[in-house]
Ligand binder design. Structure first.
Ligand SMILES: [Zn+2]
Length: 219
């Protein structure tokens, strides 16, 4: 599919309803601009004289602009003062190659601004054919909660569209952990992990939790 269709899959988070952010590759520092049918992702490639540096304000930048309809892309280079470079010197190109080799495999990564919800495309390479290829949905991650007597049941659901299966981890967290969104520290020794041999279809949080409750009976 083209990038426009990929972005239409969801425009807000199904778990907390906040808006979703678009990234290229990962949550690595980048500036993203969406205008008409073009989206650009700007990455730092460091200073010209020093070694590779993550100093965003003093760095030269490379921008990948992808056409949402054709998946074609172009590269542009900018000075630390955000001026477009019409001529790119060899040192800058070498720096770009280094970055491109480090990043290696790219993907379109769509993530919630607030919670851990995300969905991701297949991996692709940014190569000289100047097209990212047909995009497919690779995976989606949701985290849902169900209130129980002494806290919350946590459902971490990973849908792997490329493998056509879903992996669910069910654990428990306290009221305080839930309120503080402190779920990376949930280390519940009674965590249950279940793999389902199909994708758990999502219509609403309640329906999905009901479906999991029913399917668990057969596991
Ligand atoms: Zn969310």
């Amino acid at each position: 599919m083209n990038l426009a269709d990929f972005l239409k899959y969801r425009t807000s988070c199904p778990c907390c309803h906040k808006s979703l952010k678009i990234y290229l590759h990962s949550k690595r520092t980048q500036t993203v601009k969406l205008e008409d049918n073009l989206i650009s992702f700007m990455f730092s490639i460091g200073k010209l004289t020093d070694k590779y540096s993550f100093d965003w304000n003093n760095s030269y930048k490379v921008s990948y602009t992808i056409n949402l309809l054709t998946n074609d892309f172009i590269l542009d280079f900018y000075t630390p003062y955000n001026e477009l470079l019409t001529k790119v010197d060899l040192v800058l190109l070498k720096k770009f190659h280094k970055l491109n080799n480090n990043l290696k495999f790219y993907k379109i990564y769509i993530a919630c601004e607030k919670c851990s919800y995300n969905y991701q495309s297949n991996f692709f390479k940014m190569t000289s054919d100047m097209n990212i290829g047909d995009l497919t949905m690779k995976c989606e991650f949701l985290q849902l909660f169900k209130q129980v007597k002494d806290g919350y049941q946590v459902f971490q659901i990973s849908n792997y569209y490329d493998l056509n299966d879903s992996f669910v981890e069910i654990s428990k967290c306290s009221e305080i952990q839930y309120k503080n969104n402190d779920l990376y520290n949930v280390l519940d020794p009674n965590t249950k992990s279940i793999t389902f041999n199909n994708i758990l279809k999502y219509s609403s949080n309640e329906d999905l939790l009901d479906l999991i409750d029913k399917l668990i009976l057969f596991v």
